[in-house]
Design a binder for this molecule. Structure first.
Ligand SMILES: CC(C)(COP(=O)(O)OP(=O)(O)OC[C@H]1O[C@@H](n2cnc3c(N)ncnc32)[C@H](O)[C@@H]1OP(=O)(O)O)[C@@H](O)C(=O)NCCC(=O)NCCS
Length: 261
């Protein structure tokens, strides 16, 4: 089934530079019906997105993409889902899900899903893509801020509410909201004096197994640091990977100076 977005975008399958993997937009109901089961294979969440919701998003300003080996196009290994969204600055594309099966991670597939999403967004007339992620997920922060160069624009306290402990793992669902410009790369990490760091655990999954109470306390501490820093005009300028990974923050004026320079 072709939607009007398919006709409008003329978005046929894109074969990525690595010959083994193809990222393509899916539009037919047979494919959309497969998404919830696949979503659960990545996130193990009890309530995946219903196909009827995906159908509506895919037809009305959003899209669903899958990544799969070129020679096995039905053996999906990655998924991305986005929907139209609006805030006080206008319309943007909100990326609700991006995930890769654990056995296929760190092979560039996540990046290719995001790049495909960005190409699509550009052709659809969006100027930015936004999404949220858990501030304690250091590898996600690294992927979002350093690989993709997305920029943090807000901190949401307990965004979803604690609804299902198997999904939230018992700690509040705080989220950083990031934006990724569609037309240009974000600014480089600014240099210069005046910086602060917000440290996060290197391996949140391991810490959750060992000491879930510590994760909750860490999150509350990280929340306090972000909220204080943002209230004082600091912005996240990047993320550093080390034994103790950390967000690097700089005064907004420094970042603006770097952008202008
Ligand atoms: C985040 C995710 C989509 C990245 O996909 P990917 O195919 O592994 O990404 P790429 O290979 O393009 O990039 C890999 C980078 O992402 C980082 N990364 C982020 N999360 C990761 C994870 N759970 N496992 C492995 N690498 C991860 C890696 O550190 C790597 O950076 P490095 O090579 O400099 O160390 C994927 O890891 C994933 O599905 N994670 C679980 C689901 C999730 O958290 N999704 C995002 C929030 S909805």
């Amino acid at each position: 089934m072709d939607s009007r977005w398919d006709v409008f975008l003329k978005g046929g399958p894109v074969v990525d530079p690595t010959p083994a993997i193809q990222v393509r937009e899916i539009l037919g109901n047979d494919d959309l019906r497969r998404v919830p089961t696949f979503e659960q294979r990545i996130w193990h969440n009890p309530q995946p997105t219903p196909p009827s919701v995906l159908r509506v998003w895919a037809d009305h300003g959003g899209a669903v993409w899958v990544a799969a080996p070129v020679d096995a196009p039905d053996d999906w290994v990655g998924l991305a889902v986005a929907l139209p969204a609006r805030d006080r600055r206008g319309w943007y594309l909100h990326s609700d899900l991006t995930g890769v099966l654990s056995a296929w991670r760190s092979r560039g597939i996540g990046r290719r899903l995001k790049e495909r999403q960005r190409d699509w967004a550009r052709r659809a007339g969006y100027s930015r893509i936004g999404w949220t992620f858990d501030p304690l997920r250091a590898r996600n922060a690294w992927f979002n801020l350093q690989h993709l160069n997305a920029r943090v624009v807000a901190y949401y306290e307990d965004y979803y509410g604690i609804l299902d402990t198997s999904l939230t793992q018992g700690y509040p669902t705080d989220r950083l909201f990031v934006e990724w410009p569609v037309g240009a790369e974000g600014p480089p990490l600014p240099e210069g004096p005046g910086e602060q760091r917000i440290r996060v655990p290197r391996d949140i999954e391991a810490l959750l197994q060992q000491d879930p109470g510590k994760v909750r306390a860490t999150l509350l501490d990280v929340r306090r640091q972000f909220q204080t820093a943002f209230a004082q005009g600091w912005v996240v300028a990047g993320f550093e990977w080390s034994d103790v990974p950390c967000y690097v923050l700089r005064p907004a004026a420094d970042l603006n100076a770097s952008r202008e320079g």
